[in-house]
Design a protein around this ligand. Structure first.
Ligand SMILES: Nc1ncnc2c1ncn2[C@@H]1O[C@H](COP(=O)(O)OP(=O)(O)O)[C@@H](O)[C@H]1O
Ligand SMILES: [Mg+2]
Length: 1014
C-alpha cells in the first residue's frame, strides 16, 4: 500500500486557473444550424488554445462552450499568474476580431467571458489506476469558474489571489468584494484592464518604494572598474550571477543610475520568463530605447527617429533602413525589404546592431544592460553573441545578469568577467530589516530568525516582511512596525513559493523526488538515511545528489565521519515539503523513522525525539508514543522544558490509542511526569488540576497504587504549593505509607526523598534527617534505586540534606564536607538539577561563615549554570542564594534586584509564593534595610514573620524575627527585644543553633549600646 501511494505522482501546486467560454452560448446556438455552430466553436476553441499555448499554459479540458486552462502545472512557472492574464488579454483581443467577423457575416453577437484565480491545486493523473488524464483539482479551480460566470461579456475577471501576484505587471480595476457561492469569505474581484507598467520585479519594488540599498561595495567597485576600462577604449561584458531575489537587478539599477548621473548613455532590456517563445523581444526593446521610440509613437514619427539617429551615426546606414523599419514593426510602404532567407535576415540585422552600437563616430561610452539573460530567446542571444565578439577595443560596456543554471555561449570570451553575487550577510540583513521594519524593541531577535529563514535573500526578506504585515504579525507603518504576535507558523509568501516551486520543477524527475524525500527527512540528512528512506541504493543516489548539490539545493554540511546533506535554503525545504500529497508524505515519514532506527543504533537516545516525530507524522502512533517517552526520559531533569513538552506529546498520543496495559501506563506516567516538571518549570494551576484529575480517574479505574502514590506527591507533597505545615506533613506520611504498601523500593526511596523537604521547611531538622537516613538505608548504597522517579539522584539529594542539617546546627565543617560529597555525586550521576541546589546551599553556607568572596563566586557561577537548565524553581533558588551572598558582601542594591527577580520568576511559574515565600521575604527585608528603605524593610520582615508562623514554615521564622528586630532598631522603634525573644524561642525549640548564635549576639550588641546611651 505504501509503495502505491509513493508512486502516485500527483502534487500540490500553486497555479493559476483560467476559464473562458462563450457568453450566452445557448441563445447563439439556437440561432444557428448545428453544423455552422460547430465550425464557429471550433474556431473559437483554437483561438483560446493558441493563446494558452503561447504563454505555455496547459489546456486542461474543453467544457462544451469553452475551456479550462492551467498555468504553472505540470511544470511550474514562477509567473503563472501573469501568464494567465497575458493569455486572457490575447484571447479577448483575438476573440473580438473574430466576433467582428461574425457580426459582419452571420450577424451574430459573439463574445467571451474569462475568469481567473490563483492558488493551490492537486495536479496529477486521475482516472482508473491513476493512469487517466492529467488534471487540476481543488477549490482554486471552482473559484476560477465562478469568476467566469461573474464576468460580463467581453471581460476577464480575476480574484484577489491572482491580483496579488500580478499587480503592477497588469492593469487591474478593483470591482470590490463579492459574495461567491461556495466561498466562506467575500472575495475581492478585479477586472483585467490591460498591461501594467512594471516589467520586472524590480519595477514593482520601485513602485512600492525601494528599500535602502545595503552592502555590495565590492561588486560596485568591480562594475566601476569595468566602466573605467570601457571609457579607456577596452569595452567588455560583465555578468552578475545569482539565484532569483539575491539582488542582481537592484545592483544593476544602482550602477546604471550612477552611469546616468555621470552623463553616460544607458540602454536597458529585459528578457521575460514568458518571452523565450517571443523572438527578439530584448533586442527590440533595446533598439526602441536607442532610437527613443515611445510606446504609442506613430509609425511615421518612428521612422523619422530611426533614420535620423542612424544616419547621424553613419550615412552608410541608408541602405539598411528598410530592414530596420521592418524589424522595429514600422515598415515603410514606399521601401519594402528585399526578399531574403530568415537566416540571412538575422545575420544582416545582427550586423546592423553591432554597427549601431560600435559606430566609429560615436565616442561616448555606452552602457547596455540586459536583465535575466537566462530567459533570452535564441535570436536575441545570437545577436548578443555577435556584438560581444566585436566588443574589444570599443567604448561599450555590456552588463548582463542571469541565474546560475544559465551559461552564456560567450562565457569563454576574454572580454567577459563574471561576478557571482552572494546573499546578504547578517549585518546587511539587519540593516535592510531596520529600513523595512524599524527598530522597535519588540523586533529584537527578528533579524536572526529572518536571516535564518531567508538566508540573506533580500527578495525573500521583503516578501516575508510583507507577509508578516498582511497576517498582522507586524503592525504599524512601514519602517516602524511592532511585533504583535510571534512569527512562528507564518507561511511561505505566494510570490516566494512561485519562484522556488519553479526552480524545483526544473529538476529532472529523479532529483526532484529525492529532494522531496529529503525535505521530509529533515533540514539535515545523512546520505545513507536519505538513500534508505527513498529506497535508492548508494550508487544510484550519487549522481542524483551531485545534481542537487550542483543546482544549489543541497550542500554537504559534513563529510566526516559521515556525509551529511543540508538544505541550502529553509524555504526551499518548506516548498518541497508542501508540494507533496499528504499520503506520500506520511509514507516517507514512516520510512525515515525506520531508516534512522536501523542506521543509528548507537544514537537511539539522542535521536529518539526525531524518530518519534517521524513516526507520529508517519501515522504510527503507538511507536511514536514509545519513542517520545524514551526521548522524554533521556531529556530528564537536565532539560526539564523539553521533558515537559515530550510528556505532553506522549499523553496526546496515548489518548489516540485504544486502551490496553501499555497505553494506560503511558497515559498515566506521561501525566504524572508532566506534573513533576510543573513545579520545576511552572504550569498554571488549572492545567495541573486537570492533569491530576485525569490521572486520578485512570489510576482508580485500574486500581493502580503506584500511580496514586505518585499523584499524591504531585498534588500535595511536592514543592511549589501554598503549603501549611500540618497538612503537608500529613500528606507526606500518607504518601510514604502508600509507597510502602507497593513494596517497591524505588517508589519508597523516591517518595521519602521528595517528602523529606516538608520537614526541612517546617524546621523539624531531626525528622528531616531521619527521613533522609531512611532514603540512604533503603537504597543500600545502590544509587540507581529511586533515581529519576521524582528526583534525579536521591542519594545526592539526601547527602545534601544532611549537610543542611549540619549547617543549621552550626557544624559548618561537616556541612561543607557533605555538600562537597553531594556535588561529587551529582557529577557522577549527571544530575545538573541537584547540583544547582547543592551549589545554592554552598553559597548560603559560605555567606553564613563570612566567606563573602567565596559565597559570591559560587552563587554567580551557579546562576549561570542554572540558567541553562531552564528550570524556574532552580533559577529562583539560585538567585535567592545569590542575594544572600550579596547581602553578606553588603552589595544591597544588587541583592534587592536579585531577590526581586527570584520572586518574580517563582510567582510567574507557580501561581503562588510556595513554601519558601517567607524565606525570600526576609531576604528582601535585609536588602531593603541595606539600602536604607527601613520602613519598607520592617513591613516586609513583619509579613515574613506572620506568614512563616501562620503556615508553620518555621525554618524561616527565627531569621525573619532577627531581621525585624534589626529593622525596628534602625528605625528607633519599639519591639526590638520582643522580636528577638520570639526568634530565640523557636531557634531553641528547633535547635537552629547557627541562628540562635546570631540572635544572641544581636541582643548582646544592643544591650551593650543601650547601656552606653543610658
Ligand atoms: N543590496 C540591496 N539592498 C537593499 N535591497 C535590495 C538589495 N538587493 C536587492 N534588494 C531588494 O530585493 C529585491 C530583489 O532584488 P532583485 O534585484 O530584483 O533580485 P534579482 O534580480 O537577483 O532577482 C528587490 O526589491 C530589491 O530592491
Ligand atoms: Mg532581476
Amino acid at each position: 500500500m505504501v509503495t502505491e501511494t509513493i508512486r502516485d505522482d500527483a502534487e500540490r501546486k500553486q497555479v493559476t486557473v483560467l476559464f473562458a467560454d462563450v457568453s450566452g452560448s445557448m441563445d447563439l446556438a439556437e440561432q444557428q444550424d448545428p453544423e455552422e455552430w460547430r465550425k464557429i466553436m471550433q474556431r473559437f476553441f483554437s483561438i483560446l488554445a493558441a493563446a494558452v499555448t503561447k504563454f505555455e499554459g496547459t489546456v486542461d479540458k474543453f467544457t462544451g462552450d469553452g475551456i479550462m486552462a492551467v498555468f504553472g502545472a505540470p511544470v511550474a512557472h514562477e509567473d503563472h499568474a501573469r501568464r494567465a492574464c497575458y493569455a486572457a488579454l490575447q484571447m479577448l483581443d483575438d476573440v473580438s476580431d473574430y466576433a467582428a467577423e461574425l457580426r459582419r457575416g452571420p450577424g451574430l453577437n459573439f463574445s467571451t467571458r474569462i475568469g481567473i484565480n490563483s492558488g493551490e491545486v492537486v495536479a496529477g493523473a486521475i482516472g482508473q489506476g491513476g493512469e487517466g488524464e492529467y488534471t487540476a483539482i481543488g477549490h482554486t479551480v471552482g473559484l476560477a469558474q465562478r469568476m467566469e460566470a461573474l464576468a460580463e461579456p467581453g471581460k476577464a475577471y480575476v480574484t484577489e489571489h491572482t491580483a496579488e501576484l500580478a499587480a503592477g505587471f497588469l492593469d487591474l480595476d478593483d470591482l470590490g468584494e463579492f459574495e461567491i457561492k461556495g466561498a466562506s469569505q467575500p472575495v475581492g474581484v478585479f477586472e483585467l484592464a490591460g498591461i501594467g507598467r512594471a516589467r520586472s520585479r524590480l519595477d514593482l519594488a520601485r513602485s512600492r518604494g525601494f528599500t535602502r540599498f545595503v552592502g555590495r561595495s565590492r561588486e560596485m567597485e568591480a562594475l566601476r572598474a569595468a566602466l573605467a576600462d570601457a571609457e579607456a577604449g577596452h569595452g567588455g561584458v560583465v555578468g552578475l550571477v545569482a539565484e532569483p531575489g539575491i539582488g542582481k537587478s537592484r545592483l544593476c539599477h544602482e550602477f546604471v543610475q550612477h552611469c546616468r548621473a555621470d552623463g553616460l548613455e544607458v540602454f536597458e532590456a529585459q528578457a521575460q520568463a514568458h518571452g523565450t517563445s517571443i523572438p527578439f523581444m530584448p533586442v527590440l526593446q533595446m533598439l526602441r530605447a536607442f532610437f527613443g521610440i515611445g510606446e504609442r509613437e506613430p509609425e511615421q514619427a518612428s521612422r523619422e527617429k530611426i533614420a535620423g539617429r542612424a544616419l547621424l551615426l553613419d550615412p552608410d546606414f541608408a541602405a539598411e533602413l528598410p530592414l530596420l523599419f521592418d524589424f522595429l514593426g514600422v515598415p515603410d510602404p514606399q521601401r519594402p525589404v528585399p526578399q531574403m532567407s530568415p537566416d540571412a535576415r538575422q545575420r544582416a540585422l545582427g550586423d546592423v546592431v553591432c554597427r549601431l552600437v560600435n559606430a566609429p563616430t560615436r565616442h561616448k561610452t555606452l552602457v547596455l544592460l540586459i536583465e535575466d539573460l537566462h530567459w533570452i530567446d535564441g535570436g536575441s542571444s545570437a545577436m548578443l553573441a555577435e556584438l560581444i565578439d566585436s566588443i574589444e577595443g570599443t567604448n561599450t560596456l555590456v552588463v548582463v545578469n542571469f541565474r546560475p543554471e544559465h551559461e552564456p555561449p560567450w562565457s569563454g570570451s576574454g572580454a567577459y568577467r563574471e561576478i557571482p553575487l552572494r546573499p546578504l550577510d547578517r549585518e546587511d540583513t539587519r540593516a535592510l530589516l531596520q529600513d523595512l521594519a524599524g527598530q522597535d524593541p519588540s523586533l529584537d531577535g527578528l533579524d536572526e530568525s529572518i536571516h535564518e529563514r531567508t538566508q540573506g535573500n533580500p527578495f525573500f526578506i521583503e516578501e516575508i516582511v510583507r507577509e508578516l504585515v498582511e497576517a498582522e504579525h507586524l503592525v504599524g507603518e512601514r519602517g516602524s512596525y511592532r511585533l504583535a504576535r510571534p512569527i512562528e507558523g507564518a507561511g511561505v509568501p505566494a510570490t516566494v513559493q512561485a519562484v522556488l516551486a519553479a526552480r524545483i520543477d526544473r529538476l529532472d524527475p529523479d532529483a526532484k523526488q529525492l529532494l522531496q524525500v529529503a525535505s521530509v527527512v529533515g533540514k539535515e540528512v545523512s546520505g545513507q538515511a536519505l538513500g534508505m528512506t527513498a529506497g535508492i541504493d548508494a550508487e544510484q543516489i550519487e549522481p542524483v545528489l551531485r545534481d542537487l548539490i550542483a543546482a544549489g539545493f543541497l550542500y554537504e554540511a559534513e563529510l566526516y565521519p559521515e556525509r551529511v546533506l543540508a538544505f541550502r535554503h529553509p524555504l526551499t525545504r518548506e516548498v518541497a515539503y508542501g508540494t507533496q500529497l499528504a499520503d506520500r508524505r506520511t509514507a516517507t515519514h514512516a520510512a525515515a523513522a525506520r531508516a534512522l532506527i536501523e542506521l543509528e543504533p548507537e544514537r537511539h537516545e539522542e535521536l529518539a525525539a526525531l524518530i518519534a516525530e517521524h513516526l507520529r507524522e508517519g501515522g504510527e502512533t503507538r511507536d511514536a508514543a514509545r519513542w517520545s517517552a524514551r526521548a522524554a526520559y533521556w531529556a530528564g531533569h537536565s532539560r526539564p522544558r523539553d521533558s515537559l513538552r515530550l510528556w505532553q506529546t506522549v499523553s496526546e498520543l496515548a489518548g489516540e490509542l485504544e486502551e490496553d496495559e501499555e497505553t494506560v501506563a503511558l497515559a498515566i506516567n506521561s501525566r504524572l511526569l508532566q506534573l513533576q516538571y510543573a513545579w520545576r518549570v511552572g504550569m498554571g494551576s488549572e492545567e495541573q488540576a486537570r492533569l491530576a484529575a485525569e490521572v486520578e480517574q485512570i489510576a482508580t479505574r485500574h486500581n493502580d497504587l503506584h500511580s496514586r502514590a505518585l499523584l499524591r506527591v504531585a498534588t500535595s507533597v511536592r514543592p511549589g504549593l501554598r503549603h501549611e505545615a500540618k497538612a503537608w506533613l500529613a500528606a507526606v506520611a500518607e504518601t510514604v505509607a502508600l509507597a510502602d504498601e507497593t513494596e517497591d523500593p524505588h517508589l519508597q526511596v523516591a517518595v521519602r526523598a521528595a517528602g523529606a523537604y516538608a520537614y526541612l521547611c517546617t524546621a523539624d531538622f531531626d525528622g528531616y534527617e531521619r527521613m533522609l537516613d531512611e532514603v540512604l538505608e533503603l537504597a543500600q548504597g545502590d544509587r540507581s534505586v529511586g533515581a529519576g522517579v521524582i528526583l534525579a539522584s536521591p542519594t545526592a539529594w539526601a547527602t545534601m540534606g544532611k549537610g543542611m542539617v549540619r549547617r543549621e546546627r552550626g557544624q559548618y565543617e561537616e556541612a561543607e564536607e557533605l555538600f562537597e560529597r553531594a556535588l561529587q555525586l551529582t557529577a557522577e550521576e549527571d544530575d545538573p538539577e541537584t547540583a544547582s541546589w547543592v551549589r545554592s546551599n554552598q553559597a548560603g553556607l559560605r555567606a553564613v561563615r563570612g566567606d563573602t568572596e567565596g559565597a559570591l563566586a559560587i552563587a554567580r557561577r551557579n546562576c549561570e549554570l542554572t540558567e541553562r537548565l531552564g528550570d524556574v524553581f532552580s533559577r529562583s533558588l539560585a538567585l535567592a542564594n545569590l542575594a544572600w551572598a550579596q547581602i553578606a558582601a553588603e552589595e544591597y542594591e544588587d541583592a534587592l534586584a536579585a531577590i526581586e527577580e527570584a520572586e518574580r520568576l517563582y510567582r510567574e511559574g507557580m501561581d503562588n509564593g510556595g513554601e519558601m515565600e517567607a524565606w525570600r521575604m526576609q531576604m528582601r527585608a535585609q536588602a531593603l534595610l541595606g539600602v536604607g528603605r527601613t520602613e519598607e524593610a520592617i513591613g516586609v520582615a513583619g509579613d515574613a514573620v506572620e506568614i512563616s508562623r501562620e503556615r508553620g514554615m518555621l525554618w524561616a521564622y527565627p531569621i525573619a524575627n532577627l531581621v525585624l528586630a534589626r529593622g525596628l532598631d534602625a528605625a528607633g522603634r519599639e519591639g526590638v527585644f520582643e522580636a528577638l525573644d520570639e526568634g530565640e524561642r523557636i531557634a531553641v525549640e528547633t535547635q537552629a543553633l547557627s541562628l540562635l548564635k546570631d540572635i544572641r549576639a544581636e541582643r548582646d550588641r544592643l544591650a551593650a549600646s543601650d547601656s552606653i546611651t543610658a
